[in-house]
Ligand binder design. Structure first.
Ligand code: GLN
Length: 494
């Protein structure tokens, strides 16, 4: 049997059920690896060792009982999992990667987390993130950068960089992330993982520390499409605590290996193969698409004509929504307070010391874009162009079933490469932002390696609520390729 920390979700669940190993053994194996490697990779901001072992022991009792009684078990019973530190877990500190939340311990679980717990999952801890999920490299975390397990001089992507590095390095079999403009798909791409960004409204945002409320989605960083499907089935669906969730009528995603890609129409948008994309990245995507063609897909070029506006539109709308959402962090209710006799000074000192430079930049851009006299010129205009971007996708999906494109313009970049130039950093998001603005789901799939041994990735996009189709195609692709099974764990012998 391979080492416990290298099992994927499907095989870990199988082993737990059969009694090949206990949840306590599995959980302890991860905790031990976290202890060894976290000081190097800076993945976890909080390790919930005691509560994880307790939950694992409780799961083991149920598991061994059911072997006698054949009772039906919750689907994730005994499975360890890591949670991005922008989702609340009751009783465990939540920082959102920010100093301003230092000392804040939420009293409730995010719905996504609650559903995993109800399904029997064991929470290992909270993973590092760019502050309030604003960034593409985890360099904006107030708690230090996460290192990419493939090359520790490079970023893991962001903002769910901690979750991505955890799964790639074998510190967790699977992790939750969030994707507002690419924060699941991009780190998955840079760490060689399968990353699912769900349709806006598919998974509840309750307990997700809000960044851009019309864009925020909960996603999954996994080692296979099958693993992502297992978690999605548990988390998806209507939640009375998030009015934007929809009852998804779609049947549970079942990946049986016979998924057929035959006859599926796949569109390749010409706007995603532009100057500035690394040649090896484009080549990797073309090769992956050829594989899908080999499985019987019909591939054709399409156009998403408003793609180039996604970046400026996103960098108005997301900061505008952030400026409203982050107004609540003023030293009164949560985390940090920098005392002052004068209330207004207390607010501004708290915010001045609590927020990092990127968050401040976004709050200033967002506040400006919403201010009287500029609202129509910036925010109003951006909303109109957002509609055009959404229409691009609607029109494309009248002709094709799925879109295939690069997830990122480059493979993992060096730590510090873009920190001096925010615009350069924002350009890392060009291929993930359009789908976020349209609210459609996306899937990053490992698709080989560049000449430096860094992961390449294919991004698949589908119509609203087409996760099942995306995951089926991802699964079919992973039946004929083994990129997803190649992880940097051996590089990381402590
Ligand atoms: N990188 C993008 C940003 O900085 C997206 C972040 C995200 O999806 N949370 O806003």
């Amino acid at each position: 049997m391979s080492e416990l920390h290298s099992l994927n979700v499907a095989s870990a669940l199988k082993g737990l059920r059969s009694g090949a190993f206990s949840s306590r053994e599995l959980t302890a194996a991860y905790l031990q690896r976290i202890e060894q490697l976290n000081p190097r990779l800076n993945v976890f901001l909080y390790v919930a060792a005691d509560s994880a072992l307790k939950a694992a022991t409780a799961a083991d009792k149920k598991l061994s009982k059911s072997r006698k009684t054949k009772a039906k078990l919750p689907p994730l019973l005994g499975l360890p999992i890591a949670i991005k530190d922008v989702l609340t877990v009751a009783g465990i500190p939540a920082t959102a990667g920010s100093r301003i939340l230092e000392g804040f311990v939420p009293s409730y679980n995010a719905t996504s987390v609650q559903r995993l717990l109800d399904a029997g999952a064991v929470i290992l801890g909270k993973t590092n993130t760019d502050e309030f999920a604003m960034g593409s490299s985890t360099e904006n975390s107030a708690y230090g950068v996460v290192r990419n397990p493939w090359d520790e001089e490079r970023v893991p992507g962001g903002s769910s960089g901690g979750s991505a590095a955890a799964v790639a390095a074998g510190l967790a079999p699977v992790a939750l992330g969030t994707d507002t403009g690419g924060s699941v798909r991009q780190p998955a791409a840079l760490c060689g993982l399968t990353g699912l960004k769900t349709t806006y409204g598919r998974v509840s945002r309750y307990g997700l520390i809000a960044f851009g409320s019309s864009l925020d989605t909960v996603g999954i960083l996994a080692r296979s499409a099958q693993d992502a499907a297992i978690l999605l089935n548990v988390m998806a669906g209507y939640d009375p605590l998030d009015a934007t969730t929809l009852e998804s009528k779609a049947p549970k995603v079942k990946l049986d290996g016979k998924a057929t890609v035959k006859g599926l129409k796949i569109g390749v948008p010409k706007e995603y193969f532009i100057e500035g994309v690394q040649a090896e990245v484009a080549k990797g995507v073309r090769e992956a698409i050829a594989h899908l063609e080999g499985l019987g897909a019909q591939v054709r070029e399409i156009s998403l004509p408003h793609t180039e506006y996604a970046l400026p539109v996103y960098y108005i709308i997301a900061p505008a929504e952030a400026s409203a959402n982050l107004a609540r962090f003023d030293g009164v209710r949560y985390g940090l307070r920098v005392e002052d006799q004068n209330l207004i000074d207390m607010f501004s000192r708290t915010r001045g010391q609590g927020f990092g430079p990127e968050v401040k930049r976004r709050l200033m851009i967002g506040t400006y874009a919403l201010s009287a006299g500029y609202y129509d010129a910036y925010y109003g205009q951006a909303q109109k162009v957002r509609t055009l971007i959404r229409r691009d996708f609607e029109q494309a999906f009248e002709q094709v079933d799925l879109i295939a494109a690069p997830a990122t313009p480059s493979t993992a970049f060096r730590i510090g490469a873009h920190t001096g130039n925010p615009l350069e950093m924002y350009l890392e998001d060009v291929f993930t932002l359009p789908a976020s603005l349209a609210g459609v789901p996306g899937l990053s799939l490992p698709a080989g390696f560049d000449h430096q041994g860094l992961p390449l990735s294919l991004q698949l996009l589908g119509p609203h609520f087409s996760e099942e189709r995306l995951l089926q195609v991802g699964h079919a692709y992973q039946q004929i390729t083994d990129w997803h099974t190649m992880l940097p764990m051996d590089l990381l012998k402590a």
